[in-house]
Design a protein around this ligand. Sequence first.
Ligand code: HMH
Length: 222
Amino acid sequence: QAKITVTETWLRKHRHLYDGATRHPFIRSIRDGNIDISAFKTWLGQDYIFVRAFVPFVASVLTKAYKGSDDANGDVEVILGGIAALHDEISWFKKEAFKWGVQLSSIVPQKANQEYCRFLESLISPEVEYTVAAVAFWAIETIYQESFAHCLEDDSKTPPELKETCQRWGNESFGEYCNSLRNIVDRQLEKASDDVITKAEATLLRVLEHEVDFWNMSHGRT
Ligand code: HMH
């Protein structure tokens, strides 16, 4: 029988907050087909700004993986794959924004987005351990994966024009990538000190809160 991993323990313990991030009213409204398109456009523009700030954060995780682990497990390559996917994602945002008539150059980051980006910047610091940063990275990617996969389930009524967006994060290979990140994180946590484990769990909670605030912002509920 497989051992219960640290991430498993955390997800059970924080199930309520986790579901709040992955089953948010914004996601439910996509899934139910009653999404307000102006909310979707807000999300699109704000997420483009977020993703631009996410790139240097992920690059810092890659640096920490290179320096901090012996990397017999290929962490660097998994993270590099993530960066490559982000390159593609930025092009997709530009294309999608054009399609919806969203002017990316004139988007002003809203408060929740600014705070989330500032949080990412704080994690870039070399003082933040690889394990802690990797937990944030895993959580950020996984919340989007689970949220958008939910909109693609058989009984969902996701509008056809939003399916491609949901596919972007909800597809199976993105799911496998998230699993690889989870394995990296669990392997790191297995050998981490109590202090680092405590910090990493707190970081997970902060990510969950930021994600909820981000959806709230898109939904116009702030
Ligand atoms: C706010 N969280 C947010 N935006 C994203 N694009 C992701 C996670 C996943 O990359």
